[in-house]
Design a protein around this ligand. Structure first.
Ligand code: SR1
Ligand code: MG
Length: 403
């Protein structure tokens, strides 16, 4: 229960069934099966199955599930998530789950069940090839980010939209867990003691901290577009032919490159992690090739999509000034690399880790991968302005991860 939210109550499986019956999404007498399947950090997720269909009821808890009731969190994130999915559906309906109902009082969203697909992170750990993933994510990024930016909206329209997505609690999680805590010896951090000497070196690196401070400032101050805010591979449902982006509860008006960097960080961590997942040399190299193709394709689709939309019309009077949009693309590119570094660094040091690396069975390899991830992440952060283009970034990753 949350004293600040009249009408809110925490659901159990039978509440989820009754709720869907009440909405007429299932008939009154239809036998239903319901399981709580949430494995994320923050919410309850019920899958309700009837004779011919299956739906998801996702409900926010008034605290962070992963930590407990002593970390209260605004229930408004459920409205933000549902509304962000509806905004995305206006421009990329093929890449988000269909929303059937949004209930801000009960802090829940009823949506399409995508369990015929696989969570992106699990697919990458299994070494599955997803030939359309990079293009789909690049398209998703180009469409969602352009549509909510000042290239597509007047300043007044953008401010009205931004006002609906003020998300201080969830932004604060990112501010602390992604940008601040991992660069200091803080109690929320979680790392093996064997990593401490390496971390002490990074913590003493003033150049690294200066660049992280600048990227933090962008996250705090650069409200360019409605971003997903947590676009890691666990926020994707995938198959060989389908890609859906889920979980935009961290959505707010922020730097576009934060979403791009989040996706790239998770591809890079996957690439590093395959040292410990049993693929033979050639198979590992081939799989890394696929991961870098995915990164490169996501950027190419993003860039092409942004240029196409700009050519089709922009409300920004400077949009077609020679060199202006090219400069924006260059900025988004280098910022994406920097944010990728931050998102990779936090997954090694901070509170929330990634299964790609934690599931490596051999502790020595796991530690080695963590050391390498930190080194690579720090370099991406510090050297983000040095890459001439996505081929150069790819070449750097290929040379840095070459075991
Ligand atoms: C307390 S929440 C920890 C992490 O889970 C989410 O997916 C976000 O990445 C957040 O930082
Ligand atoms: Mg999530």
């Amino acid at each position: 229960m949350n004293a600040h939210a009249p009408g809110y109550r925490t659901f159990g499986p039978s509440d989820a069934c009754d709720y869907l019956r009440h909405l007429g999404l299932f008939t009154a007498n239809e036998p239903l099966e319901c399981d709580e399947i949430g494995d994320g950090n923050l919410n309850l997720v019920f899958r309700v199955r009837g004779a011919g269909k299956s739906l998801i009821v996702k409900q926010a808890l008034p605290y962070a599930k992963v930590v407990g009731e002593n970390w209260p969190l605004s229930l408004d994130r459920a409205r933000i998530e549902g509304e962000a999915l509806l905004e995305a559906a206006k421009v990329v309906p093929a890449h988000v789950p269909k929303v059937h109902q949004l209930d801000p009082v009960l802090a829940l969203t009823v949506m399409e069940d995508l369990s015929h697909l696989t969570i992106g992170r699990a697919a990458l750990i299994q070494g599955r090839y997803l030939p359309l993933l990079g293009g789909h994510i690049g398209d998703y990024l180009a469409r969602t980010l352009y549509a909510t930016s000042h290239f597509a909206l007047t300043p007044r329209e953008a401010k009205a939209l931004a006002a609906r997505f003020v998300n201080p609690d969830l932004c604060n999680i990112t501010e602390d867990l992604v940008f601040i805590d991992p660069y200091f010896d803080r109690p929320s951090n979680d790392f093996p003691e064997a990593l401490r000497p390496t971390l002490e070196r990074h913590w003493a690196d003033q150049a690294l901290k200066r660049e992280v401070a600048e990227l933090t400032r962008l996250f705090l101050c650069q409200g360019e577009a409605l971003i997903h805010g947590d676009l890691h591979t666990g926020s994707l449902f995938v198959s060989e032919s389908d890609t859906r982006v889920i979980d935009p509860e961290f959505a707010y008006y922020g730097p576009m490159a934060f979403d791009i960097g989040a996706f790239w960080a998770n591809l890079i961590l996957s690439s590093l992690s395959h040292r410990g997942h049993g693929l033979e040399n050639e198979a590992r190299r081939a799989y890394r090739h696929f991961l870098y193709d995915t990164l490169e394709t996501s950027w190419r689709h993003f860039e092409r999509g942004m240029r196409e939309q700009l050519a089709a019309g922009s409300v920004d009077p400077f949009a077609k000034v020679e060199g202006y949009f090219d400069a924006q693309l260059e900025r988004w590119f280098s910022e994406s690399i920097g944010f990728a570094g931050c998102k990779a660094f936090r997954r090694i040091v901070g509170l929330a880790h990634v299964a790609d690396i934690e599931s490596i069975q051999d502790p020595a390899i796991r530690l080695e991968v963590k050391e390498d991830a930190l080194e690579l992440a720090a370099n991406l952060i510090k050297r983000r302005g040095e890459f001439a283009g996505v081929e150069a970034l790819r070449a750097y990753l290929e040379s840095a991860i070459d075991d």
